[in-house]
Ligand binder design. Structure first.
Ligand SMILES: Cc1cc2nc3c(=O)[nH]c(=O)nc-3n(C[C@H](O)[C@H](O)[C@H](O)COP(=O)(O)O)c2cc1C
Length: 319
């Protein structure tokens, strides 16, 4: 464990800027899809302008009511969720949310979800008509819906179809594809998404999981099963980011259990170009900004003058 004590000189500001394909980010910290509302809900707690970017919750063609309660459950070092992609639908998003969101001086990435290929394409086509979005993130990895989601992300043929369709629709903006961690060979799906036109890969979504209340003999979640996130998944997802980085040429955005600046360095050392902070925002809504605040000091401790010095460091030294 590194020590990030307060005795480190910060007289020369460290360069935190990173590049994810065509996007230049002021720093690598992005808040993760579905864990930060539409974004504006956190504006009184987090200075959104300071973040590298923020991802909206999944936006679908029609509004989705979501899964029955309870939807969240804390587990040792983690959290189970089954939200069921509740959202207001693309039309209301464009009308009611986007006018405010586009005013922030950071990257707005819209997470896109569909129950079938055409729905993914329809959402992107509608978003192509409006200003103020930096990129799309295609969620082909949600474990909490019966149709769509993980079904697309775990079958290479379906992944190729949905990414290819979204690629054609996303004429003006980068397309990030968010992968499922529950695949036997992430390199195969990663290469498939790259060949179908993804500009970056987000690795990864939650792990299908469950917990039982022994008194009621029922699941703790209304949906019975959910997705596991938080520090419990970090070592598993870190490996997936490393495997993905070795498999493709396009950038990888890493996430899973990030809680500290040191976690960010770990993800970037195995090849992430930027990271996302998810469950940590539930424990502390200001987590993304706090992690960002610790980054300069963490880099100084590892004697790096800029964030790009540590990127791929593990890969370069160890393969
Ligand atoms: C409550 C909750 C809602 C989520 N909703 C979405 C979503 O709408 N779209 C998506 O791509 N991922 C969604 N995710 C997955 C997260 O973006 C992230 O991939 C996952 O939680 C792992 O990161 P973490 O351990 O930092 O939370 C959700 C996660 C949680 C905990």
């Amino acid at each position: 464990m590194l020590s990030f004590g307060t005795d480190v000189s910060l007289s020369n500001p460290v360069d935190l800027r990173v590049q994810v394909g065509a996007l230049r980010l002021n720093n690598p910290i992005i808040t993760a899809g579905g864990t930060f509302g539409y974004g504006a809900e956190f504006a009184h707690l987090v200075d959104l302008n300071r973040l590298g970017g923020f991802v909206t919750k999944g936006i679908s063609k029609e509004p989705i009511e979501g899964a029955p309660a309870p939807r969240l459950h804390e587990t040792p070092s983690g959290m189970l969720n089954a939200i069921g992609l509740q959202n207001i639908g693309v039309e209301a998003f464009v009308r009611d949310k986007l006018p405010l969101l586009r005013k922030y001086n950071t990257h707005l990435i819209v997470n896109v979800f569909g129950y079938c290929l055409d729905e993914y394409v329809d959402v992107i086509r509608r978003l192509e008509e409006v200003e103020g979005i930096s990129a799309y993130e295609l969620n082909i990895s949600c474990p909490n819906v019966k149709r769509g989601g993980m079904q697309f992300g775990s079958d290479p043929e379906q992944a190729r179809e949905v990414v290819g369709g979204a690629r054609k629709a996303a004429k003006s903006r980068p397309l990030w594809v968010k992968l499922s961690p529950l695949v036997s060979d992430i390199a195969l799906i990663a290469r498939t998404a790259e060949a179908a036109g993804a500009d970056a890969l987000t690795v990864a979504n939650t792990y299908p999981a469950m917990a039982i209340d022994v008194r009621s003999r029922k699941s703790v979640l209304g949906n019975t099963t959910g997705g596991l996130s938080g520090p419990a998944i970090k070592p598993i997802t870190l490996r997936l980011v490393w495997e993905t980085r070795k498999a493709v040429k396009i950038p990888v955005v890493g996430l899973g259990g990030i809680e500290t600046a040191e976690d960010v360095l770990q993800y970037m050392m195995v090849g992430a170009s930027a990271v996302q902070v998810g469950t940590a925002s539930f424990a502390d809504p200001r987590a993304s900004e706090v992690i960002l605040g610790g980054l300069e000091k963490a880099l100084t401790v590892v004697k790096a003058l800029g964030i790009n010095e540590i990127k791929d460091k593990f890969l370069i030294e160890n393969g």
